[in-house]
Write a protein that binds this ligand. Sequence first.
Ligand SMILES: [Cu+2]
Length: 361
Amino acid sequence: MFDNKKPAAEEFPLDKLASRRRFLRDSAVAAAVAGTLAACKKAEGAASVAVAATLEHGMPNAAPTAPPSPREKADAMDKMHEAVMKAFPAKSEGKGNQLLVPRIDDGVKVFELTASEIQWETAPGQRVAAMAYNGQVPGPQIRVREGDRVRIVLRNQLSESTAIHFHGLETPNDVDGVPFVTQPPVKPGETHAYEFTVPNAGSHMYHSHHNSTKQVGLGLLGAFIVEPKKPRRIERVDRDYLFILNDGVHGYTFNGKSFPATEPLIAKVGEKIRIRYMNEGMMIHPMHLHGMHMTVIDKDGWPQPAPWKCDTLNVAPGERWDVIVECDRPGTWAFHCHILPHAESDHGMFGMVTALVVQKA
Ligand SMILES: [Cu+2]
């Protein structure tokens, strides 16, 4: 559903073969072969062998050919799984969540965001229509400090109105970004500025709050990280990673990309990493890390009463969770959403999958 490969009928002309079907002695064999072929785009070698077998099978007076054995079918499927796994991390065009450096205007950090309609590559060859801030999905990362004065300037180059809401930030009401509640919608071609003093620290988000099922689904979202004035000891980490989860028309994505185009997380043995999960989608995503547990420190930017441990953490729409992982076990550890149809199909892994690679120091 989420890959843009040709429909099965186009790559495998079942209608042409249908006329040959009457020659087939065993229609169950035909169904099995057709099913295997429709499912196995990438196992072209195996598929062509099977096509030849079907055609040969369909010829009058041809000697019957044995149907593919379970082992042959398994090999064809495994080949697809192997190919997608070996492609990771695959190159794709465009990178979201790039740090946005502000311009300073009389002590105010000014961030400029231009919303426009673009094409976005979620995985190699999968180009989708997107709405993006500054040409990126997710939009650029805004990272400031508690107490900073900021101005976010939104330029609307979309073909519809929009507005920005700062999700999780306890801003003054007039910059809450909700059309017809706190402001008029920002029309195509217009510019709107939001200025406030950054309140609560933590992992927050910004996103469209207008026609938002479509606009956020298409990519009008980003991370708004507020560093605390006084970081806690537990926050002292070697690396800081961020996952924005989404599940709209672009498919199941981490930071705008689907496996195998997702980025691996890299660490060295002995390092402590922080992972910030943010869900901008419409579904829950239980994030599961193999090999090492996660220590949950914050929910929606708020410190937990006491850090707690888990290996699977459910991230619901709108939520942010911050965890620490002590990378003490070298290896390549699978890291994925545990709603399995968000991560794997007959074709292999896709969507919400990446890996934590812990390198020997
Ligand atoms: Cu999921």
